[in-house]
Ligand binder design. Sequence first.
Ligand code: GLU
Length: 283
Amino acid sequence: MIVTRFAPSPNGSLHLGHAYSAIRAHDLARQAHGRFLLRIEDIDGARSKAELAGEFRADLHWLGLEWEEVAPQSSRIAAYEAAAARLRDMGLLYPCACTRSEIAEAATATGPDGPVYPGTCRGAAIDTDRPVAWRLDVRAALEQTGPLTWLDELAGEQQARPDLAGDVVLIRKDASTPASYHLAATLDDAADGVTLVTRGRDLFAATHIHCLIQALLELPVPHWHHHALLLDSGGRKLAKRRGSPSLADRRLAGEDGHALADALRRGELPAGIVLDEGLHIHA
Ligand code: GLU
């Protein structure tokens, strides 16, 4: 059975790009008589706004989608901590006290998430009584798993290259956001039984890391469907601050959500919006 999901973060209102992604995941599940899940990714305690979850449901309903909602990330913290403890016991996590600016200064490479962490704290004696992040020792992890591959339905089989992102953070320094996106989303997709992870190509490179985490924690391995992104005419991701109205703005202005969803399905985009078919693939 195909299980897809839409996993928005309630940090800001949804826009057309989210609608496109949700419709994609919904339709892929429906065409296969599968399940379509909604998961609220409210792991970021400082940025999450509780009221947005209700707005998101109203937006999806307006688009004519039906879904099963699963537990939000804020209720799954114990599972993230247990997984991190297991990786720590395997000797694959190390504490890091570096600040963002120290990393930017020391980095010599740029990866999919920005400056690649140069491994400053790997093997160093770091005082864990003060706030520290816990990083995955990617090289040591790959030695345990051996080479990995993963399958994108659109782009085909991929050789996993988690090394390109460097030693990513799995447990964050900031106590209001205990687990990183990489750890939380990977564990949740496994816990929710997701078989086809559907999301935009901007997250293509993240999958290299997710597939390593899956191998280390012996999680089931889904397939992926990284779809093209909707961009504004300047080639930038849609954002309200750049004049792209949110779904809630459109809904409250009385626009027909079902008609909008059908237009997106046909690839008919509102003026000034383009579908970027270019590959944002770091590998
Ligand atoms: N929560 C992420 C976002 O809103 C999506 C994560 C995912 O689909 O894996 O960008």
